[in-house]
Design a binder for this molecule. Structure first.
Ligand SMILES: [Zn+2]
Length: 339
């Protein structure tokens, strides 16, 4: 341990005791896209002992510009991001435990995922999942580190339930989709990803090593193109906050409408089955072969028709590409996969 982590142990804030704490820690990384790539690589190199990585998607060529853990070969094989990430992280550091989950983080999965984790890092791309993380972390008293980037702008905040403001204290409601730039309209450059992810990872290291007084305690915003940095004090927990004040965890309750989600910037919709199931790919492929082009590997099945492409995971969760309309995606899913 001393040789591998020697430069980090020499650093005052960490030392031998801090390194031991890192090796004993478990971190949940929600989403392994651009931010999640940076989080997981940095934490693996730092020697955080257990990384639980959750992602619902697979690697595509358009990811490679900023999702630094992935390679052309991952995109060619359409590997699930969680699996591709775990493969590379194990090459980077074989001494830690990497636990990949090909899963949609939703009301039925989040609480179990964070159950035995010390810190949660946000690598998602949408407010719905962030409110879900916020609800679960406040309910179970786990610290989590919000982060987002679009264009050349990024923002981050560290949330410690009952001590700091939570995400809902600061953003009572998600900005309406049309008013905020999203990856659909604005694109994103990699440097801002690295800035936001670096601050998030540093905060995680402080939390895990008990350096609470060194946390930045602000809503930090950066624009690396316009050369602007801003730190706003988010204040403490708000007594009237629905989440941390009133402890109403609305996103953790299931409703049928939660089972479809438009995917940011993808012209695609994710459909999840209402009841858990396990698909047999060879059988499904046989059934679909007359309706279009079918290919499958160990993790997913890809089915292409003239207008749509379906990527089907083993639990029957599917990504329907070629539409951003939930109703259209639902009917494509019902037609080929089932209800
Ligand atoms: Zn709150």
């Amino acid at each position: 341990m001393d040789e591998r982590y020697s430069r980090q142990i020499l650093f005052n804030g960490i030392g031998e005791e801090g390194q031991r704490r890192l090796l004993a820690a478990r971190v949940l990384i929600v989403g392994c896209g651009a931010l999640g790539s940076a989080h997981s690589e940095s934490l693996a190199r730092a020697g955080v002992g257990r990384l639980r990585i959750v992602d619902r998607d697979f690697v595509e060529p358009s990811n490679l510009q900023r999702q630094t853990l992935f390679t052309e070969s991952d995109a060619e094989k359409r590997l699930p991001k969680a699996i591709a990430a775990a493969n590379h992280l194990r090459e980077i550091n074989s001494e830690i435990e990497v636990e990949p989950h090909i899963l949609d983080v939703n009301h039925s999965t989040i609480e179990q995922l964070l159950n035995d984790c010390d810190v949660v890092i946000d690598g998602t791309d949408n407010f719905a999942t962030r409110y879900l993380i916020n609800d679960a972390c406040v309910k179970h008293n786990r610290s989590w580190i919000y982060g987002a980037a679009v264009g050349s702008y990024g923002v981050t905040m560290t949330i410690r339930p009952n001590t700091t403001a939570c995400l809902r204290c600061v953003f009572e409601e998600a900005p309406p989709p049309a008013s905020a730039p999203t990856c659909d309209t604005a694109g994103v450059i990699m440097p801002i990803i690295n800035v936001v992810a670096s601050v998030q990872v540093t905060e995680a290291l402080k939390l895990l090593t008990g350096n609470i007084n060194d946390l930045h305690n602000s809503l930090l915003q950066f624009d690396v193109w316009r050369n602007e940095t801003r730190a706003v004090n988010p204040g403490g927990p708000r007594p009237d906050c629905e989440t941390c004040g009133l402890r109403l965890f609305s996103t953790l309750e299931a409703t049928a409408k939660d089972f479809a989600a438009v995917l940011c910037g993808r012209n695609a919709v994710q459909i999840s089955p209402v009841a858990p199931t396990r698909l047999d790919f060879p059988t499904l492929a046989e059934r679909l072969r007359n309706s279009g082009d079918v290919k499958f590997n160990e993790y997913l099945l890809r089915f292409r028709t003239k207008d749509f492409e379906l990527t089907v995971f083993q639990d029957a969760r599917s990504i329907v590409s070629g539409t951003d309309q939930i109703a259209t995606a639902r009917s494509v899913y019902a037609k080929y996969i089932g209800n």
